[in-house]
Write a protein that binds this ligand. Structure first.
Ligand code: ATP
Length: 337
């Protein structure tokens, strides 16, 4: 198991909020979907976990949230949140952590809201139960939070039901609920994917603003490199259940060191990247549980040679928080930028 204090995917800050080390997750009949994933997130840092559909992003963040599907399990690895060990944690620890120290927002916001209760009631209830606020304090704080996340007429919104709100408004409500207990870490898994480009940019701005005002760390999970380019200080690129590249956003985008990262840059879609042609990375990702002797991206990689499939490929530490898992890393330097 790698030591998070020395892993090249570690945050450069001294006090990590989240440390994940050597995480392996299986689904179904012991099919390994996440392989030896290690990373950490520093206090107040924003980190983007990016990769195509099926690359293992959701299983990784659901492991952190203790919300794996019934058929999924952590085979080994450690997850530590601000000193609290979450691997194998008791139900009581999870109740103390989830919704309070750990917040989460997902793509399908409507399914996380109770359709028969007003959104204000749902937020106020969270404040009453988790923060012990009185009914009137919880009401006032809920209205403040609705205003803070950019909802107009927050008092009016308080009394509305989820179906009366647009998708973007529902997502803002969920964000208000998830930051209401001042979490150390907010996980946003494809939280802007279903929204149109303008609303998507507004929600990304909002997450960034909340990170500063609430002093929280952010793990943004997305298939779209442009989303992390706009929002995150550091990027972790996942492919076939492994981290294949990591580094500061600026460095990774200016000088990608893995051919998969370069391919992802070609299919990114928003913001200043808007005018890029929408390509498709040719070929299919490996199926979950597929045993591959070398690089899992090799069958789709235009640079692949025999050396890429002859044995396991380690993550090469490139210094200053940069790492990439490519057998031809030195030869390809310069060819990928
Ligand atoms: N409950 C499950 N049962 C069986 N296989 C699963 C289950 N959940 C995930 N998988 C498989 O594990 C792999 C990783 O899934 P995961 O959802 O983590 O990927 P992802 O990168 O988040 O993709 P997406 O963006 O589509 O959610 C995929 O091949 C997926 O089909």
């Amino acid at each position: 198991m790698s030591d998070p204090t020395t892993s090249p995917t570690t945050s450069p800050t001294a006090s990590p909020v989240l440390e994940v080390s050597g995480l392996q997750v299986s689904v179904g009949d012991h099919l390994v979907a996440v392989h030896d994933v290690s990373f950490s997130i520093g206090l107040g840092e924003s980190v983007g976990l990016v990769g195509e559909s099926g690359s293992g992003k959701t299983l990784t963040c659901r492991s952190v949230l203790g919300l794996l599907p019934a058929t999924g399990e952590i085979d080994h690895g450690r997850i530590v949140l601000g000193g609290t060990e979450l691997t194998g944690a008791s139900r009581r620890t999870w109740n103390d952590v989830r919704g309070t120290r750990l917040g989460a927002v997902f793509q399908d916001s409507a399914s996380y809201l109770n359709p028969s209760l007003t959104v204000g009631h749902q937020l106020a209830e969270q404040l009453r139960v988790k923060r012990g606020m009185s009914r009137s304090d919880a009401h006032s704080r809920a209205v403040e939070l609705f205003a803070e996340v950019g909802l107009h007429d927050p008092e009016g919104v308080f009394h509305q039901y989820p179906h009366e709100l647009s998708g973007g408004m529902q997502q803002r409500v969920l964000i208000a609920i998830s930051v209401s207990c001042e979490p150390e870490l907010l996980i946003a898994d494809e939280a802007t994917t279903a929204l149109d480009v303008v609303i998507q940019a507004e929600i990304l701005d909002l997450l960034d603003r909340l990170r500063e005002t609430h002093g929280l760390s952010l793990l943004l999970v997305t298939h779209d490199l442009a989303v992390v380019a706009e929002t995150c200080e550091r990027i972790l690129v996942m492919y076939g259940g492994e981290i294949v590249e990591s580094g500061t956003t600026e460095e990774v985008l200016a000088r990608p060191r893995h051919p998969y990262t370069q391919a992802l840059m070609g299919v990114a879609t928003i913001g200043t990247w808007e005018r890029r042609s929408l390509e498709i990375i040719p070929g299919q990702p490996p199926t979950v549980g597929e045993d591959m002797p070398g690089c899992r991206f090799a069958p789709r990689c235009r640079f692949a040679t025999d050396q890429c499939t002859s044995g396991p490929i380690a993550l090469t530490d490139l210094g200053e928080g940069r790492a990439a898992r490519c057998a031809r890393i030195d030869e390809l330097e310069g060819a990928l930028a």
